[in-house]
Design a protein around this ligand. Structure first.
Ligand code: NAD
Length: 456
């Protein structure tokens, strides 16, 4: 048996044992794990900074997100409720029971190298599944440290640690093996839309289950009634935080024409004050891009913008700080051209004007991605329209909060080419279980549904 097969078989065996452990005990393991995360918060955050290059405060925030989702899953361990329905037949009862699904494959991206795995892992584990994790090749150190923390939790609980196994292989052929493998009951894949489009047909071919968290192209509408000071703070954090490398990064700013100039001046002024530098330095707000490759892609896009006569502010590399350091860019566009419709994973903020709310919503919805969106307004009608059926078409729609920086309590994910998956809070756990509908007859007769007669 080759290495891959051995690993999946080991995970299958681990899952068979784990599914019969009572859910509250599974929750107890997550409690132990979350305490280990608390103890190791800084070293884990440091490793996140090393691998993903985000600033240390965001690294610590990411570890906190792992702690939060473990606590959430521990609470869930006593609350995985199934419904009971009235039966049309006398002396019958109908009930839903949620059962473990099996081995969950997790493929993760570089930019949330620990939290995305933790969202999946905590839910998968409390639901009675085992996990096989293929991390981003850019964040292997993070995966190893998470595995060490998990093993320590299993040791403390006297449990075997095989319910989490790692595949540390740079070859994307491994993702394809997971996608094609019938033993993977659920494949949860986070990354670019391109990656999702390559994996999803392979999962569908075997009628398997996929949970996709893919690229975003997130927007903010700023209306004429908005609190512009609040909007400015949200814009700058959402557009330049993590150096523009969050799936929820603000990429499109749609501003009412009457306040356009005032808002733009205030954002540009805030950009000049950004502290760009070493991500471990606590005064730094913007670290480098993940790679020189990302910097080159950003420069290519900005060159096309200039060739199109769009006004570009910033965007210049800062080689004196090191590879990948760059000034975040603002690009004033006159239309939502093809370039604006694409996700460039770098700090480029496209700014455009609108006159009516319906025009703004059409711009917001006029891209193939559907992850995160928001409106800044003090007008209750505008806010309600934005979150109504005719408003944003995204998985996340906020009012007077930027598109980035979600809490774990809500279900996280997006529509359209963002993949349709939901992870983390609310009832996202149901994706990690199989729903069993059970009808129990406690009578002495065998009536058929819909009054069908079949006497023998
Ligand atoms: P990526 O697509 O390059 O890689 C993600 C993972 O998929 C890695 O583990 C990688 O090895 C694997 N992979 C890459 N290409 C593949 C292919 N063709 N076939 C099979 N596997 C493949 O993404 P990245 O650069 O690591 O992360 C950035 C992207 O991830 C952005 O598009 C971002 O929006 C997205 N993202 C989405 C979410 C979300 O929740 N929606 C969260 C984080 C990141």
């Amino acid at each position: 048996m080759n290495e891959y097969n051995l690993l999946i078989e080991t995970s299958c065996v681990a899952q068979k044992y784990w599914q019969s452990v009572p859910a509250p005990w599974r929750g107890e393991l997550l409690r132990i794990f979350s305490n280990i995360l608390r103890d190791r918060k800084f070293v884990l955050a440091e490793q996140i900074v090393k691998d993903s290059k985000k600033i240390i405060s965001e690294g610590e925030g990411e570890v906190q997100e792992m702690i939060d989702v473990c606590d959430f899953a521990m609470g869930l361990s006593r609350q995985m409720y199934g419904l009971t329905m009235p039966s049309e037949r006398p002396d019958h009862r109908i009930q839903e029971i949620w059962q473990p699904i099996g081995v969950v494959g997790v493929i993760s991206a570089f930019n949330f190298p620990m939290a995305v795995w933790a969202w999946n892992h905590a839910l998968a584990i409390v639901c009675g599944n085992s996990v096989v994790w293929k991390p981003s090749p850019k964040a292997v150190g993070c995966a190893i440290m998470c595995k060490q923390a998990w093993d320590a939790a299993c040791d403390a609980a006297n449990l075997p640690a095989h319910d989490l196994l790692l595949i540390l292989n740079e070859d994307i052929a491994i993702s394809n093996l997971l996608a094609k493998d019938k033993r993977i009951a659920l494949l949860s894949a986070t990354g670019s839309t391109e990656m999702g489009k390559s994996l999803a047909p392979q999962v569908a071919q075997r009628l398997g289950r996929g949970l996709y968290e893919l690229g975003g192209n997130n927007s903010m509408i700023v209306s004429q009634s908005a609190n512009l000071e609040l909007a400015k703070r949200a814009i700058v954090f959402s557009a330049v935080g993590t150096c523009g490398q969050r799936c929820t990064t603000l990429r499109r700013l749609i501003v009412h024409s009457s306040i356009y100039d005032e808002l733009l001046i205030s954002i540009k002024s805030a950009y000049t004050k950004l502290v760009i530098g070493d991500p471990m330095d606590r005064s730094t707000l913007v670290g480098p891009l993940i790679s020189f490759d990302s910097l080159e892609k950003m420069q290519d896009v900005l060159n096309i913008c200039k060739a199109n006569n769009y006004i570009v502010t910033g965007g210049t590399p800062i080689p004196t700080l090191g590879l990948g350091y760059v000034n975040p860019a603002i690009v004033e566009v006159t239309e939502q051209c093809q370039l604006v419709q694409e996700e460039t994973f770098a700090p480029i903020l496209y700014v455009m004007k609108y006159e009516t709310l319906s025009e703004a919503i059409a711009l917001q919805n006029g891209v193939t991605q559907g992850l995160s969106s928001c409106i800044f307004t003090d007008n209750i009608q505008e806010a309600e329209i934005f979150i109504s059926a005719v408003g944003s078409d995204c998985g996340i729609a906020n009012v007077n909060i930027g598109p980035s920086g979600a809490e774990i309590g809500g279900a996280f994910g997006g529509e359209k080419e963002t993949g349709g998956g939901r992870e983390s809070g609310s009832d996202a756990w149901k994706a990690y279980m199989r729903r069993m509908t059970v009808t129990v007859n406690y009578g002495k007769d065998l009536p058929l549904a819909q009054g069908v007669q079949f006497d023998i």
